[in-house]
Each structure stands twice: as structure tokens, then as C-alpha cells.
Design a protein around this ligand. Structure first.
Ligand code: MN
Length: 265
């Protein structure tokens, strides 16, 4: 199996190297990843400047043999560059991660990690985003648990009859393997932010703005990916490139055609 790995934390991130090691049990791994951290870049791509690509390697050790490319772009760029130069003959699987932090609920729309898998799906390739879901900055990410999750759970994801233009989003709680309670398939939670923009002042008294904000979860999160992680389970969701709300679209069409009928009467 031919595997392309990317991430949004940069090619030197520990999470990417952990995922590459775990994936190497399943096939031949090649890496195309950003030259620096590009978290929260979403499904953006670089169009107004050239992409520079440098062949690199992970030095001595188990990862030393892996063909790797450092790209001056975001995960979408890395997947497309990787498919062009690392796997010109085609690739069977795109993996993105392990992200250093969770990608749950609506945060999947901001995530560069998820976007890497999304771009694999755009290219018609089975794709999976992986994130280590710690909520306290600086707390241990437990990549060893993520690696073991991949080793024990990747096979069914590879065999699953995944519909066209869909992909998997996996979050693994940052706990010891023996504390992991299992895996739940779950929809993404409703999770938004309030007080998103904070105004501060620079040493010259000029205001600047910093985005962050407090996360606000919908009151009932039962059965969601967020709930699974909170309960100590890994979560898996099948996400779709098709963002259309078909029921609302049908209702809108009905109302617009009624309104048109009124104009015509
Ligand atoms: Mn990241």
C-alpha cells in the first residue's frame, strides 16, 4: 500500500513522525508536510506565490529511510505536491496528523489537519485525519497511544466501504493505552466560540487583536465526538465534502418558487 502523510504542525512535529512510524506497518510511507506550523489554516491553498519543496529526511533511526518533502505551504499544498512528486504513480491512502491537539465538533472547519485528509478525499483517495485530543496546553500528548490505536484499528477503516468524497476524522484521548476505554463512532459536536477577539495594546499604546475565545458547547453533547473523548473513548467520524443541507435546500426552493409565483400573479 502506498501511503502519503501530511500534517499542519510542520514536518519536524513529533506527531507526524509518530504517525509515520505507525503507518509504516501497513505499507510504504512517504511524507509531504509544511516547513513550519500551519495550524488552523483550514482548507486553504497557496495560489499567489510559488511553493518551494526540499527533499529531506528524518535522520538515523527507524524513519531514516522515509522519503520526505518539506513544502513552503499548507496541508492542501502538501497533499497535492506529494501526489505529484512523491507518488506520481498514484497513492492508496492519505493520512494527516497526529495533530498536537483535538479536532472535534465545528473545529474541523478550521483544522489544517482535517483539511489534509479532506484534500486526499478531493483527489479520490481514502483519507484519515488523526488528532491527539489534549485540552490542557503542554500536557502529555501520548503519541504512543495514538500509534497503538492506528496499529489496532486502521485495518477496518481501510476495508470500510467509504462513500465517494468522504473521509475519516479520528481523535484519540491523551491517556495511557490501558486507560483508553475503546472507540466510538460519533457525529461532530456543536461547538462555537464566544468573546472571540480580544483587544490588547502594544508597548506604544496601539491596539492589536488576538483571536482565541472561550469555547461554548451546546448543552447536550451526548453521543458526539466531544462526548466520546470526554468519556475516555477515541472518536471516529465520517465527514463529507458535501456541505449542502438538502432538507433546507428543498424548503428554500419551495419558498422561492412560491414567491416567484406571487410575482407572476
Ligand atoms: Mn496543528
Amino acid at each position: 500500500m502506498r501511503i502519503l502523510i501530511t500534517n499542519d504542525d510542520g514536518i519536524r512535529a513529533e506527531g507526524l513522525q509518530a504517525l509515520a512510524l505507525a503507518a509504516s506497518h501497513f505499507g510504504r510511507v512517504k511524507v509531504a508536510a509544511p516547513d513550519r506550523e500551519r495550524s488552523a489554516c483550514g482548507h486553504s491553498m497557496t495560489m499567489r506565490e510559488p511553493l518551494r519543496v526540499h527533499a529531506t529526511n528524518f535522520g538515523p533511526g527507524k524513519l531514516g529511510e522515509i522519503e520526505a518533502y518539506e513544502v513552503s505551504g499548507v496541508p492542501v499544498d502538501c497533499v497535492n505536491v506529494g501526489l505529484t512528486i512523491a507518488w506520481p504513480e498514484g497513492c492508496d491512502l492519505v493520512l494527516s496528523g497526529f495533530n498536537h491537539g483535538p479536532n472535534l465538533g465545528f473545529d474541523v472547519t478550521y483544522s489544517g489537519t482535517v483539511a489534509g485528509a479532506m484534500e486526499g478525499a478531493v483527489n479520490g483517495i481514502r483519507s484519515i485525519a488523526f488528532s491527539m485530543a489534549n485540552f490542557i496546553p503542554g500536557s502529555p500528548l501520548h503519541f504512543e497511544t495514538g500509534m497503538r490505536w492506528v496499529e489496532e484499528n486502521l485495518a477496518p477503516l481501510l476495508e470500510f466501504p467509504l462513500p465517494a468524497r468522504t473521509f475519516f476524522n479520528v481523535n484519540v484521548p491523551c491517556v495511557d493505552w490501558h486507560d483508553l476505554r475503546g472507540t466510538k463512532v460519533a457525529p461532530t459536536a456543536a461547538r462555537v466560540y464566544e468573546d472571540r477577539v480580544e483587544m490588547r495594546h502594544d508597548p506604544w499604546g496601539r491596539p492589536y487583536y488576538w483571536q482565541g475565545g472561550k469555547v461554548v458547547n451546546d448543552a447536550d453533547q451526548s453521543g458526539t465526538d466531544l462526548d466520546a473523548i470526554a468519556e475516555g473513548f477515541a472518536s471516529v467520524s465520517v465527514l463529507s465534502l458535501d456541505w449542502t443541507d438538502r432538507a433546507a435546500n428543498a424548503e428554500l426552493e419551495k419558498r422561492l418558487s412560491d414567491a416567484t409565483a406571487v410575482h407572476q400573479s
